[in-house]
Design a protein around this ligand. Structure first.
Ligand code: SF4
Length: 359
């Protein structure tokens, strides 16, 4: 069954590593965004009833409750089997969490990134390890047990020792789902730009090497697996039956509708993306163009993100053979999967399955 993604792009600060279309926008923009979002949802012909909802952004945990309620009340299908709120640690309150629960939210993803205060401060975030522990306790007190904690390997000033502190802290909180990302260095974030320019701002000179980032990632993967939280997708780890039902739809090529600035949609055949910039979205830019999905290629370069891999069919035979010979893919019981080395070099693997590579 399909899912719904809703974007709330407003944040309390712009984190140095963030490459999303989110930020600190004037308060006066918010009613216009809300108006446009409700109009977008109201004009939707629902071809199906969603079973999952995902509130991302941005920082939807800052969404004023009345506005959030108006949006969720417009989405059919409540109670959804899974409804996730992305939350910034420290933005939770007993009233807010109780209201989320009433509105159907049953899963919360906390953007922790690190439990080491010096690292957190350099990203622009304000929380502490203590605040994260209190947030987790508050969610559980309100009956929300499906909790994800995000970590990033590669933050400025991070060392292997400090990474171990963060991994220990995640395990101590005993949550059923953990996401481990490797820092993305690109032009879209201030830290990424600074690293690319060999600059000194935002702690860029103290970003750990790519080799160390890979070591950190593998260490976290091993520790999580040993604790009964194995990897099920390149960046996602969960106890069995606690995987994100919504995010699995992306990787299994199931349909979803996205609402709000920069939201993506996929109806099974076509993909489209709303205006990325909040101003353009609020002004009601023309309906976004639709692109035919490259179903064959996507089945590989999206499906291979999952530990379950994809069926080993005849398509892309030369590419698959070469990647198996290079030790990046493995064949197993009629399926192909990334090897541990393939996980670290996944972008190179996926490149082989982009449309142009198919001959
Ligand atoms: S990382 Fe999250 S909280 Fe920080 S700016 Fe990006 S969307 Fe906002």
């Amino acid at each position: 069954m399909p899912g719904v993604y809703i974007s709330y792009p407003f944040c309390a600060q712009k984190c140095t590593y963030c490459n999303f279309a989110s930020g600190v926008f004037p308060k006066t923009l918010e009613p216009h965004y809300q108006h446009r979002l409700l109009a977008e949802i109201a004009t939707t012909q629902w071809p199906w009833t969603p079973e999952t909802v995902y509130l991302g952004g941005g920082t939807p945990s800052l969404w004023p409750i009345d506005d959030l309620a108006a949006v969720l009340n417009a989405i059919p299908g409540r109670p959804w089997c899974e409804a996730t709120m992305e939350a910034a640690p420290g933005s939770l309150s007993p009233e807010r969490v109780a209201a989320w629960r009433t509105l159907g939210i049953n899963r919360v993803s906390l953007g922790v990134q690190s439990f080491v205060e010096t690292e957190i401060r350099r990203t622009g975030r304000k929380h502490t390890a203590q605040i994260v522990a209190e947030d987790v306790a508050l969610l559980r007190a309100n009956g929300i047990e499906e909790i994800n904690l995000d970590l990033i390997a590669g933050l400025a000033g991070q060392t292997f020792e400090s990474w171990r502190i963060s991994v220990d802290a995640v395990l101590a909180l005993n949550v059923p789902h953990v996401s481990v990302y490797i820092l993305e260095v690109d032009e879209e974030s201030r830290l990424g730009q600074e690293v690319l320019l060999n600059g000194k701002r935002f702690g860029a000179p103290d970003v750990p090497s790519e080799d160390l980032q890979a070591t950190m990632y593998e260490y976290a993967a091993d520790r999580l697996a040993a604790a009964g939280i194995p990897r099920y997708e390149i960046s996602n780890f969960a106890r069995p039956s606690h995987e994100s039902a919504h995010n699995l739809k992306y990787w299994r090529l199931e349909p979803y509708l996205g609402f709000g600035a920069d939201a993506h949609s996929f109806d099974g055949s076509w993909r489209w993306q709303n205006a990325e910039q909040i101003d353009a979205y609020v002004q009601g830019a023309a309906p976004p163009p639709r692109d035919a999905a490259d179903k064959l290629g996507e089945r590989y370069w999206v499906g291979l993100r999952l530990s379950e891999g994809v069926h080993d069919l005849e398509d892309y035979r030369p590419q698959v053979d070469r990647l198996v010979a290079d030790g990046l893919l493995q064949r197993d019981s009629g399926r192909i999967r990334l090897t541990p080395r393939g996980v670290l070099l996944s972008n190179e693997v996926f490149q082989e399955f982009l449309t142009d590579a198919h001959s």
